[in-house]
Design a protein. Structure first.
Length: 595
């Protein structure tokens, strides 16, 4: 949960450490999967690989098509002016994608490996939304009723290439690697917006939005590891990342609905350049039943956010240090306790920085804040892990202290283009503290029953400082469970359930969410193929609902996410039984348990 200083500190995610068996000859292998709910919701993929001698190669292709109906409402009441705007929203969304991933590793000798990885992606999406609106601007005004139509079509391409070299002086004791990675993404988006009289096909007001964006990224890094003693490991390295974004947003409006299109002042064009350079060092040491690790990462970052529309730019340069530490104690082979610490960072994205307006709908507009600073989080987590005959139990209390916390701020009494609107932006709050605990347990009774249960409770306290009165002090919890059983050697049943309790946010509250799914799997050719029936959200409970407001405005937003569906899945695999060459067992090689 708290990665060491070796890893990129951006975000709050943890690291999944997967240790693969080495020296395995698979020969030819492959497989395929096809999944379908209806003619508009399906996906499939296939892979083939060859692994023998010095060559390891894999190729994977996949396609996806997902089209779903969502519906909801967005009701706003203006308390002071005795007005309201009620929206009933019906949306058809669709996405398609095609992917290709290829990997080729070549082992020159017993210690040198060159790896190549290529990823290609093409995607398209659409959004057709019809909003029926009833509106009264004040207590004495008349009620207006009309439709707003939205038609969005988007497409994009992505290419990513990664080349890495690794020299293994001594397996798991002395290794060095270097890696270079480059990627490019291009996205184009066209949106038509119309206001129509109810029941009429013609429009009385129109808008056309065209977005063209190109982003590029280059990463170079090197990592070195050496065991200097039976339980002493030293790691060091550097990483440099450069990212460039060029985005044009062109808006044309037909205010009278007579075909006279004219440029709008809401058009914008921007560039964003960001560079992050980092070095790190980590020391791991085992002492009796203790395993210790400490690390430090130092970064220098620069960004330059430029608005080509008005020739303004917002340069920002900052340095950061990120310490990390872990103390682990093994009471026995089945009982372990751990205490970890790391410092994390969240850098604002371009959408959060862009000050030009983005309308969610007619009454909600978003403005970015080009003066946002990065936020920092000091995260402490403890953990007790107990393995027993029929499963495991894990308790993980945590505490996180965030400074310069990036939080949304809402102004319910704002104006834009002569309309009363609710504006949303981001600001840096003074601090935010969250603390709570995770409880996870597994239960295994052979193939007849496998169960996983998890419970999380936490509290969030946000201080808006003297610059704003916005703050929060809330507690919430969530639970999840999964149960599976092989009723027979060839037939499996599974059920998953998740619940999240209501959660307060600055100026409002997310209401509870819960969802359930079922799966039934039948082997039809030993372990080579199977069919499966997946049932998602059968009771249509997967909904998003938030209520926000103040003494001026109360707003209720609800969406049904369109997840519900029944999928039929077919899976097939082929390949020879892996032939594992003898290697020295990890316990004979020493080392520490930390990745």
């Amino acid at each position: 949960p708290n990665p060491s200083a070796k890893y990129d500190p951006e975000g709050m995610a943890g690291i999944i450490n997967i240790a693969l068996k080495s020296q395995v000859d698979l020969g030819y292998s492959g497989g395929g999967t096809a999944q379908m709910a209806n003619s508009k919701r399906y996906n499939g993929g296939g892979n083939v690989g060859y692994q023998a001698g010095p060559i390891t190669s894999f190729v994977n292709v996949g396609i996806n098509n997902d089209s779903r109906d969502t519906y909801g409402l967005n009701d706003l009441t203006r308390v002071r002016s005795l007005g309201f705007t009620n929206q009933d929203i019906n949306t058809l969304t669709g996405s398609k994608g095609q992917n290709l991933n290829a990997n080729l590793d070549y082992k020159f000798n017993a210690r040198d490996v060159l790896s190549n990885a290529l990823s290609l992606n093409h995607r398209t999406s659409m959004d057709q939304t019809q909003s029926t609106i009833e509106e009264k601007l004040n207590g004495t005004g008349s009620i207006a009723a009309y439709d707003r139509a939205k038609d969005t079509k988007a497409s994009g391409n992505f290419v990513d290439y990664d080349m890495a070299f690794k020299r293994t002086f001594e397996p798991r004791k002395h290794e060095w690697s270097a890696e270079a990675r480059v990627n490019r993404s291009q996205d184009d988006d066209r949106t038509n917006l119309f206001r129509q009289n109810i029941g009429s096909a013609s429009y009385v007001e129109g808008e056309r939005d065209v977005t063209a964006a190109v982003s590029k990224q280059f990463t170079l890094q090197s990592d070195y590891m050496k065991m200097t003693g039976a339980r002493t490991k030293v790691e060091a390295g550097f990483k440099s990342t450069a990212r460039w974004l060029d985005r044009d947003f062109d808006v044309q409006k037909d205010a009278l609905g007579n075909g006279s299109w004219a440029p709008s002042t809401t058009s914008s064009a921007l560039t964003f350049d960001e560079q992050v350079h980092a070095i790190y060092g980590v020391l791991s040491q085992g002492l009796g039943k203790f395993d210790l690790q400490g690390g430090l990462r130092a970064e220098e970052a620069t960004r330059d956010f430029k608005l080509k529309t008005n020739a303004q730019n917002y340069p920002y340069r900052y340095g950061s240090v990120f310490p990390s530490g872990v103390v682990s104690y093994s009471f026995s082979e089945v009982l372990n306790a751990k205490l970890s610490y790391s410092r994390r960072i969240r850098r604002p994205g371009t959408q959060e920085l862009n000050p030009f307006p983005t309308f969610f709908d007619i009454q909600n507009v978003f403005f970015g804040n080009p003066n946002l600073n990065a936020e920092y989080t000091d995260a402490v987590e403890a953990g007790v892990n107990k393995q027993y005959q029929y499963g495991s139990f894990q308790l993980s209390p945590f505490y996180r202290h965030t400074t310069n916390a990036i939080q949304p701020t809402i102004n319910t009494d704002d104006k834009f283009d002569g309309r009363n609107v609710t504006s949303i932006t981001f600001g840096n709050f003074a601090t935010s503290n969250s603390y709570g605990t995770d409880v996870n347990s597994t239960f295994r009774l052979g193939q007849k029953l496998n169960a996983l249960g998890g419970f999380n409770v936490f509290k969030v306290v946000t201080d808006g400082s003297s610059l704003t009165s916005v703050s929060t002090n809330s507690i919430t919890w969530q639970a999840r469970s999964s149960i599976s059983s092989w009723a027979t050697p060839t037939f499996m049943m599974q059920m998953s359930y998740q619940y999240r309790a209501p959660m307060k946010i600055p100026g409002g509250e997310f209401q509870s969410m819960h969802n359930i799914s079922f799966a039934f799997r039948k082997k039809i050719d030993g372990d080579n193929s199977s069919i499966m029936l997946r049932v998602l959200d059968p009771f249509s409970t997967n909904k998003f609902r938030v209520k926000a407001g103040d003494d001026n405005v109360v707003q209720l937003t609800e969406r049904t996410l369109g997840v519900r569906g029944v999928f039929l899945v077919y899976q097939y695999t082929f390949g020879q039984v892996p032939r594992i060459r003898q290697v020295e067992a990890p316990s004979q090689q020493g080392g520490t348990p930390f990745p």
